[in-house]
Design a protein around this ligand. Structure first.
Ligand SMILES: Cc1cc2nc3c(=O)[nH]c(=O)nc-3n(C[C@H](O)[C@H](O)[C@H](O)COP(=O)(O)OP(=O)(O)OC[C@H]3O[C@@H](n4cnc5c(N)ncnc54)[C@H](O)[C@@H]3O)c2cc1C
Length: 434
């Protein structure tokens, strides 16, 4: 069965993935009206991943950080959105196998992003909590809140510790931001919500394999983030690896064992795989090798952009960092090249312009590395908030997030901490609590 999309005289660009890269590309190409655009995503919304941790910490409602794909294209007639999972690609016949049927393309752009990398550890994949989608962030929120409810009726000290303590694995921006946010909840929120519990007993651990935090950032930022987290009471373990987790105890390679039911895994990502993509096109981290025009090497009319794409440049001999700026800049460059191709002009190779990187650790505590200078503290925190607010899609979302942050700043409180459980099917395969 063929997917129901009208065939026209225009060449069809099929974009798989409505994340930072795919959505930007679709918006740009649609504006020029030279091609028919088909955007396929398994969700009907775009997710703003940098703020997942605030959803997980009940600081923001999920609706503030997602944006419906259809709303983004209300004014575009020649854009066809289909909510479907792409299962395989047949590059010889230029078609995709999707859950809705077969979709043919003239040009295919893979913007399928990445997923959590558990490095082949099946046990970890089953028991640890990742944060790579808004549903995973909500799952974490439910687990934190449900475990605190359980802790209220647990008289055994060790068991209560297991319910309240949290281990975060991975000292990159996500791990640092989550640990900081948890430490602030321990300080400002939990004592008000759970006065019957001794919240001083809560321990937040951050376990990092390397000898420093925020490895991709400046030494200054990495040192300052450690200082900020330590001030907030986070127990940071550098040069340490988690070797085992059975859902109750976390074991580390230095011999330490922590009783904690929640292990948040923020230790790495791996490219989403698509059946039919030849192994030769994949490189480390399951990324797809592309040339400077984002064309997949050796496959005609197939492109990859964003986290899934691996492109080498003189300044980036090991590929670009997997961040939103790269995804958006590649989308913009590819849209321009589609236009140039339509006009029969020469294509322009992509060059990444690093605008800087940043991470927030908590109220008045952030680190910012700009190409020319670096700064940390309260001003960095304001810059972090401004940049993220600017990037969120939708005026309503910007207003809601801004109001939430102001409210949070003034009251030391966050949005409502509701435990909203998805319906559990009778076969019980959705875990909401155990
Ligand atoms: C918790 C977290 C925090 C982050 N913080 C920052 C930050 O502060 N700053 C920063 O620059 N970057 C940050 N990042 C990284 C940033 O979010 C990514 O670099 C960016 O999302 C990459 O964009 P993308 O379009 O390549 O992929 P994504 O945004 O991941 O989009 C991929 C899309 O493809 C869809 N998809 C995947 N497979 C299929 C399929 N088979 N069929 C249909 N649809 C499919 C997905 O549903 C998704 O919509 C963060 C990431 C995470 C997880």
């Amino acid at each position: 069965m063929k997917i129901n999309i009208p065939e026209t005289d225009k060449k069809r660009i099929v974009i798989v993935g409505g994340g930072f890269a795919g959505l930007k590309l679709a918006l740009k190409v649609a504006r020029n009206k030279e091609y028919q655009v088909v955007l396929l995503d398994k969700n009907n919304y775009h997710q703003f991943q940098p703020l997942f941790y605030q959803v997980a910490m009940a600081g923001l409602e999920p609706s503030s950080i997602v944006f419906p794909l259809r709303k983004a294209f209300r004014k575009n007639q020649d854009v066809y959105i289909r909510v479907t999972e792409v299962k395989a690609v047949d590059t010889a016949n230029k078609q995709l196998e999707t859950s809705l049927g077969i979709c043919n393309y003239d040009y295919l752009v893979l913007a399928i992003g990445a997923d959590t990398n558990f490095f082949g550890n099946q046990k970890m994949a089953e028991l640890a909590i990742p944060m790579k989608s808004v549903s995973e962030a909500l799952f974490l929120r439910n687990r934190i809140l449900s475990d605190f409810e359980k802790a209220l009726s647990t008289t055994d000290y060790d068991e209560r510790q297991g319910l309240m303590d949290i281990v975060v694995v991975g000292g990159g921006p996500t791990g640092v931001e989550v640990s900081g946010a948890l430490a602030e909840m321990k300080r400002y929120v939990f004592p008000k919500d759970y006065p019957e519990l001794n919240t001083d007993e809560i321990d937040i651990y951050l376990v990092q394999g390397a000898g420093q935090l925020l490895v991709g950032m400046s030494e200054q930022s990495s040192k300052k983030s450690l200082e900020f987290l330590t001030q907030l009471g986070v127990k940071v373990r550098l040069n340490t690896l988690v070797t085992d987790f059975d859902g109750e105890y976390v074991r580390m390679n230095d011999g330490e064992t922590i009783r904690a039911r929640k292990l948040i895994w923020a230790a790495g990502i791996t490219g989403n795989k698509l059946k039919g993509m030849p192994d030769a096109s994949l490189t480390h981290g399951n990324r797809i090798k592309v040339n400077r025009f984002n064309q997949v090497e050796g496959i005609e009319d197939v492109y990859a952009i964003g986290d899934i794409a691996y492109m080498e440049e003189d300044n980036y001999p090991k590929g670009h960092p997997q961040v939103a700026q790269v995804a958006m800049q590649q989308a913009q460059a590819l849209a321009k090249n589609f236009q140039l191709r339509h006009q029969g002009k020469e294509l322009i190779p992509f060059s990444y312009h690093d605008l800087g990187s940043m991470a927030t650790i908590g109220r008045n505590r952030a680190v910012v590395d700009l190409p020319r200078f670096k700064f940390q503290g309260a001003f960095a925190w304001l810059v972090w908030m401004f940049v993220h607010l600017f990037q969120i899609l939708g005026v309503k979302n910007k207003v809601f997030v801004f109001l939430n942050w102001v409210w949070n700043y003034l009251t030391y409180d966050q949005s409502l901490r509701l435990i909203i459980r998805p319906r559990v099917p009778r076969n019980g395969d959705v875990e909401v609590e155990s």
